[in-house]
Design a protein. Structure first.
Length: 648
């Protein structure tokens, strides 16, 4: 569920890892022991097992998790970029402090709530809170980088000087001790919604994603995609789109998805004629879009459900149509590119048969069915990934090449431990942003001021929101970017009359775009490294291929029918019109119209304009757009016939 810390499992999937991957010796076993204790704690809490009479109440569970996984973060994440972890005595000391301070607070969890320690606490509680706050800042620096640390510091310390700020930035001011207590002992900061989401939902899905990769589920889904589409025109590219889409939607991670699938998909794409930068761009877009694809999506989807106060299944239903449309756009583009350049698929002799692949992959299909059933039908969101993971582990144990050996068990436990540790370190730190804005009251004032400045101009607000989301997405994780803007921007969009769910999805989509857009383009750069292509060239290709991600948010925020809000007729009509628009736009980009063939620059421009006009939810503009598309097709067909007649 995170894009960092997945390298062990990704390497294992590529056949490059062994039992000694990552930290070695006693440190490795200590990390696994701590990680296992954290996972057992989460299982005990989710299933109300009350093991040995231990069932933490209130925020005690959150403090225990923070202590355990902050300790793992200090033992597994380097102090600075590079292979060196730093002084072992320092990392060990920080880990011990995390366990002691958070453990003490967890042991007094009920006292913190019942006795109001957020406002008046004993000296020991203040000391432990101060220690944990410093450790949280160091954790976010290691796991999230300097930009996130600065952001957490800026907004975390905001209560100290909020009373001196001008205009709408003015807020309630706190003393240093009051600020420390509010952040650590209060319920809206370090142990606020971000950490609550990790504790209640995300840990289970991290486990599910890791089990999927370690038991070779990634190979199955790539083989299935190859069996279905490998022989088609430009087959390897379609396999990459479908395989990466499915795999990424289950793992919820962009970078680990690329590291897992790109070494297989990119060489086969290049073999049939796709340029290196194009192949890398396809993989980058497919992996990026996967985190918007149900059923798992990414960490941010669970945070969104908590902020909106809806069930996760509501987010899944809303996200499914836009996500599918993005993959339709990718498939159209790679097919048109193949048609225009005469690229073929793979020989059938090299492609696995569908039924043998399905039979071999029954454990993964069964576990996926269990996940969806428990998640969507039984509505046991927090328990669904645990059930699915157990089913997968049991089902894959019948085959030697996928069963959980001692080596794989170590890799699995290490991957889960490090992934969850980095999530806890980042989101506990991001809680400081939420707390700083919430305690001072500035969040609400900011939204009101934005509405005032926009003067009811919704397009202007959306444009400002898109640019802000994109810029913040360059320096933050998508989850951090979303949390920040869901506090400041989303309320203003909702007050302006836009659908709440559509407004939050709008922020999420634009925060994701930095993955495939220069200058950051982390997904494109990662894929370019695998393909051996130029990073910036790959980034710009990925940006063009991923254009639907730029457009779709504006469609569903204006017309929520695309996120399944409205009457059946309205939903079907909007889906049909959007699909036509996507076909027209991708045709213009690839200079190819089905049934017509290659088109020139003028036709491309008109076809693009027609597609954009159809998107606008106004009848007359849609009519003009449709007329443009028909005219371009008709003129090109007439010119083609004349050319053919002249050549006879």
């Amino acid at each position: 569920m995170t894009d960092k810390g997945t390298l062990d499992v990704a390497k294992y999937a590529l056949g490059e890892a062994d039992a000694a991957a990552g930290p070695s010796g006693p440190l490795r076993w200590l990390i696994m022991l701590l990680g296992a204790s954290g996972v057992l704690l989460a299982v005990n809490q989710q299933f109300l097992l009350n093991v040995f009479g231990f069932q933490p109440l209130g925020n005690a569970y959150l403090y225990y998790l923070i202590g355990i996984f902050l300790a793992v973060a200090f033992l597994s994440v380097p102090m600075k970029a590079g292979p060196s972890m730093g002084p072992i005595w320092l990392n060990s000391g920080l880990a011990v402090l995390a366990l002691v301070s958070a453990g003490w607070l967890g042991n007094h969890g009920l006292d913190i709530i019942q006795r109001g320690w957020e406002y008046e606490a004993p000296l020991t509680a203040d000391i432990m809170a101060a220690i944990l706050l410093v450790l949280v800042l160091e954790g976010i620096r290691r796991a999230g980088g300097s930009v996130l640390l600065i952001t957490a510091l800026l907004f975390g310390t905001f209560p100290l000087y909020a009373g001196h700020m001008p205009g709408f930035l003015w807020g309630t001011q706190f003393s240093l001790l009051e600020t420390v207590r509010a952040h650590v002992l209060g319920v809206e900061s370090v142990v606020g919604i971000p950490m609550q989401v990790v504790a209640e939902l995300v840990i289970g899905f991290v486990i599910f994603g890791s089990v999927l990769v370690v038991t070779k589920g990634s190979e199955f889904f790539m083989d299935l995609a190859a069996a279905l589409l490998g022989h088609r025109r430009g087959g390897p590219a379609k396999v990459a789109v479908l395989g990466s889409g499915i795999l990424g939607s289950l793992s919820g991670s962009v970078i680990s998805n690329i590291l897992t699938s790109a070494p297989f998909s990119i060489p086969t794409m290049r073999r049939v004629g796709y340029p290196a930068s194009y192949a890398a761009a396809i993989e980058a877009c497919a992996s990026t879009g996967a985190t918007l694809m149900p059923p798992v999506m990414g960490t941010v989807a669970f945070v969104m459900a908590s902020f909106l106060g809806v069930q996760y299944s509501t987010i899944v239903i809303a996200a499914i149509i836009p996500a599918l449309m993005f993959y339709v756009a990718l498939l159209l583009q790679v097919d048109m590119f193949a048609a225009r350049n005469g690229l073929q698929g793979l020989p059938r002799s090299e492609i696995p048969k569908v039924w043998p692949v399905l039979i071999r992959g029954w454990p993964y299909l069964l576990s996926l069915a269990v996940l969806i059933y428990v998640l969507m039908v039984l509505r046991l969101e927090s328990r669904s990934p645990y059930y699915a993971s157990v089913v997968m582990l049991v089902a894959t144990s019948f085959r030697k090449d996928s069963r959980l050996t001692l080596v794989r068990a170590q890799l699995l436990l290490m991957d889960i431990s490090v992934n969850v540790a980095k999530l806890v370190a980042v989101l506990a730190g991001i809680g400081l942003v939420v707390g700083g804005l919430s305690y001072t009251g500035v969040a609400g004032a900011f939204s009101r001021e934005l509405l005032l400045y926009a003067d009811g101009n919704v397009p202007l607000m959306l444009l400002a929101g898109a640019v802000t989301s994109f810029v913040l997405g360059m320096g933050m994780t998508v989850t951090a970017c979303y949390i920040f803007l869901s506090i400041l921007l989303a309320p203003a969009l909702i007050q302006a009359g836009l659908n709440p769910l559509a407004s939050h999805l709008f922020i999420l989509y634009w925060g994701m775009l930095s993955y495939i857009t220069p200058p950051v383009a982390l997904a494109a750069i990662t894929a370019a490294h695998v393909a051996g292509s130029k990073p910036m060239e790959t980034g710009f290709r990925a940006m063009r291929l991923g254009l639907p991600l730029f457009i779709l948010p504006f469609i569903f925020v204006y017309d929520p029918a695309l996120i399944m809000v409205g009457s059946v007729i309205n939903i079907v009509e909007r889906i049909a019109l959007t699909l036509i628009a996507i076909w027209a736009i991708t045709s213009a980009f690839e200079s190819w119209i089905y049934g017509v063939g290659q088109i020139g620059l003028t036709s491309r421009g008109l076809f693009l304009a027609g597609g954009l006009l159809i998107i606008v939810p106004v009848f007359i503009t849609g009519l003009v757009g449709a007329a443009l598309l028909i005219a371009v097709i008709a003129v090109n067909l007439i010119l083609q016939r004349r050319k053919n007649a002249a050549n006879l």
